[in-house]
Design a binder for this molecule. Structure first.
Ligand SMILES: C[S@@+](CC[C@H](N)C(=O)[O-])C[C@H]1O[C@@H](n2cnc3c(N)ncnc32)[C@H](O)[C@@H]1O
Length: 275
């Protein structure tokens, strides 16, 4: 395996692996879509690839996902080997690297990997990146203490195969942190009622999961803790009357409801799975 380090001249390369003998069409489609539709690019106002661009995406992400730093302690993995699968432009990976983890970010989208490398270079952080299919990782067994995949499994062609790969590359006792979308959620209901499509609804693959389905997918793991999270915050994506109604009425009203009553409807099913 050759993995390009941030700041090195080596280009990120497409990997082969067990998929090589199978059809590559779904993965080419995934790659083409995500090269075009970098996650959260729609809200960016700064030039792509500048420090201001990465800072804006970071600020937006942690405003939208207020639960994330409460559930995931980015500084808890100092000295540990951490793989982020589907790392996009490395927004979360920056936080793990700052917390002292030895990080590798992989994604099928070459453009994300190049931007992730730039993100690290601009911040003077150490990290390795590679273009890789998360269903056929070109990585040895049991090499990582942590595998993090936030918003990735639901966008791949074969989620079970991705979970097997995550399990394979984790050390015994290692932790997988995985987020998928909850089928029974407030956001899904809102999108139907208000006739507003969900982000990346036209991606080549997009699945939602019930808690039971997600648990069943995670059956290779010894133990699983699952937490539904992500409740409404004001949107920056939509404009007009629907956005005003949503931002002023719905967000305010929803957020005064007691969490135990609405927890089942969190849009993000976060799983902490031990190998
Ligand atoms: C919604 S984005 C999430 C990016 C990042 N994890 C985040 O939370 O901002 C989904 C990412 O998963 C990646 N992805 C989808 N299927 C993949 C696969 N089979 N192997 C590697 N990456 C994949 C896409 O390229 C894309 O960058």
């Amino acid at each position: 395996m050759s993995v390009s380090q941030t700041g090195s001249e080596a280009p990120a390369q497409q990997r082969g692996g067990p998929m090589a003998s199978e059809t590559k069409a779904p993965y080419a489609a995934i790659q083409a879509y995500w090269n075009e539709h970098i996650h959260d690019l729609a809200i960016a106002t700064h030039e792509i690839g500048t420090l201001e661009f990465f800072e804006e995406l970071d600020e937006y992400r942690f405003d939208k996902l207020r639960y994330l730093p409460k559930l995931v302690d980015f500084s808890a993995y100092r000295g540990q080997r951490l793989l982020e699968l589907g790392c996009g432009v490395g927004i979360d990976l920056v936080h793990f690297a700052r917390g002292g983890a030895q990080v590798l970010g992989v994604d099928l989208a070459q453009r994300s990997i190049e931007l992730g490398q730039e993100n690290f270079r601009l911040r003077n952080l150490e990290g390795a990146f590679a273009v890789m299919n998360g269903e056929a990782l070109d990585l040895p067994d049991e090499g990582f203490d942590v595998v993090y995949a936030h918003g990735v499994v639901q966008y791949t062609a074969n989620p079970a195969r991705m979970i097997e790969e995550i399990h394979r590359v984790l050390k015994p006792g290692g932790t997988a942190i995985i987020m998928v979308y909850n089928r029974r959620s407030w956001l899904r209901l809102m999108s139907v009622v208000m006739r507003v499509s969900l982000e990346h609804e036209n991606a080549p693959f997009l699945r939602t999961f019930s808690s039971r389905e997600f648990r069943s997918l995670l059956k290779p793991f010894r133990s699983v803790r699952m937490i539904p999270e992500r409740f409404p915050v004001a949107t920056r994506l939509h404009k007009g009357l629907k956005a005003v109604l949503y931002n002023k009425l719905f967000v305010g009203a929803f957020n005064v409801l007691p969490r135990p009553l609405v927890r089942w409807s969190g849009w993000h099913l976060m799983a902490f799975a031990e190998k």
